[in-house]
Design a protein around this ligand. Sequence first.
Ligand SMILES: Cc1ncc(COP(=O)(O)O)c(C=O)c1O
Length: 384
Amino acid sequence: MAFNFDQEIDRSRTTSAKWEKYAGRDVLPFWVADMEFATPAFIREAVSDRLEHPIIGYTRVPPALVENFQSWLSRHHGWTVPEEWLIWLPGVVPGINLTARAVAEPDGAILIPTPVYYPFLSVPRNAGQAGLQVPLTRDRGRWEMDFDVLQQAVDDHRPGRARLLLLSNPQNPTGRAYSQSELVTLADFCLKNDLILCSDEIHCPIVLDPDLQHTPIARLYPEIGERTVTLFSPTKAYNIPGLPCAVAVIPDAALRRRVLHARGGLLPDVGPLAYTAAAAAFADSSDYLPTLNAYLRGNRDRLAQVVGQRMSPVEATYLAWIDLTDTRAARNAGAHFEDFGLGLSNGADFAGPGFVRFNFACPRSMLERGIERLEPALAALTDA
Ligand SMILES: Cc1ncc(COP(=O)(O)O)c(C=O)c1O
């Protein structure tokens, strides 16, 4: 099967959120995390086949989806899960918020390593909990958890009240794919502090370095699995965020019941087209993902060549996190690049002020047009 990631696709008649933001302005969008690549034909064909039936009614979870997901998880991540552990949801972000509501207690608090994908930051408020934002640290450009600072945050809050930790792995926006040993340390930390863990692993198929492998933290050992809600979704890797479908894997029956209860009439079921697309994605054994990851690796390397030391090493995801904290542009980093015709995500929204996030999942030709604007924007940076 051939996949053409070089093809530029006009999205102007699709009310694309990414492109509409700058409608009428000469700004190239490299912000929100959807890709400029065609959703693979095998997914579009599956959806189109479903549309051959003229009724798009309420739909139960298709058995083929469950089987495909179970087999995907076992094939790619060596994790065998029974169907009863699964809760299907119309999105990962709803899953994170449900988990927070499920474990919320009076005076409870939620730990959030930052910078992080911005919807994490409103989870504590949504669940009536305190938010404890704990900065990641950098070791030679590589972002890591600082367990002393995390412990301090737990101890400084009312003892015993921290309930939950939100993990993004692979990490949006820093591009880290946490190693097995870092995940073991984090798992031990959660056990020691009696924390529930919500692990958002939506980016796990997009690991760019061939010698790295994604490990679901819940699979490390049974005790951490029993206190973890892991969220998966095919929408990033297969570029189907407009067909939202996610799955929470929750081994512990009591925690699962609480998450289901928190759903409380607020969320719709997943629709049949989204189920169909997800089932086709989890069944994929073509060379789509290896080809996509190789293409993204090329884009990452090209961008890194231009940005240099300011760009954190991107092990996974298609997002580059760029440091401007030593420059005058830091105060409004996004605006500096908009002035040069580049629409990037502003780091302040991710609790990372002074940074910008660059989504490089686009044809090389579009990236090169972006680079023509990026070079003068970087050259115009002045010391703070
Ligand atoms: C880390 C992370 N989690 C969740 C999402 C969105 O998930 P959903 O659209 O399924 O709520 C994104 C989208 O960019 C993301 O980067």
